[in-house]
Write a protein that binds this ligand. Sequence first.
Ligand code: ATP
Length: 230
Amino acid sequence: MNALIQAEKVSAGYGKMAVIREVDLHVGPGEVVALLGANGAGKTTTLLTLAGELTPRAGEVRFLGRPTRAPMHARCRAGLGFLTEGRSVIMNMTVADNLKLAGVTPAAACAHFPALERILRRRAGLCSGGEQQMLSLARALGREPKVLLADELSLGLAPIVVANLLRAVRSAADERGVGVLLVEQHISQALSIADRVYVMERGRIVLSGTADEVRGELARVEAAYLTGSS
Ligand code: ATP
């Protein structure tokens, strides 16, 4: 298998508490993969473990074909983009300076989001939530990552804005071969752009398949959301 990033039987957690157990997943070049599940199911913990912020207690993370225990900054240097929950922009700096700080040229950012062009001189704190998230995503994609892990891109945003963000993610996969793992609360929007899907429940992957297959099991997916983490 030609995976860019992969978890093999990975268990991980915080302190003595195990949160994810025996997680198997992979993302290949040009794939958009959605990771779905209720609040507290372990999605963020999975991303943190793949990114190198948490160390697996068992199992192995493979990045670009090799087992890795490297810290997050080293993985980021090697081509990992990680967009955490919330907007990773510096509010009192302009959009252009936010890009500069990330080492991304305005041209590279605007290639993903032409709408950034007219707000380059605006302070990020004065931008709308959607513009801030566009900036976050442009900072991540503008660095030409091989893999992008994105946690709840759409949090608190209007559907039309979410569609724009997800379209950019899909294009990065299609045109640049980026492998994307997307944590998303909005099941239907995630299914509309994903190639494959994993559903987590209480720290375990309980369902996986192509977006079409998972769409056919929507009742089970929704049940996983209702089951929650308790
Ligand atoms: P959400 O959709 O709400 O972000 P999630 O699926 O991403 O949920 P996680 O954030 O991975 O879930 O959390 C899984 C479990 O781990 C939860 O029970 C949560 O309380 C616990 N947890 C998360 N972060 C920590 C932490 N830093 N220390 C201890 N426990 C934590």
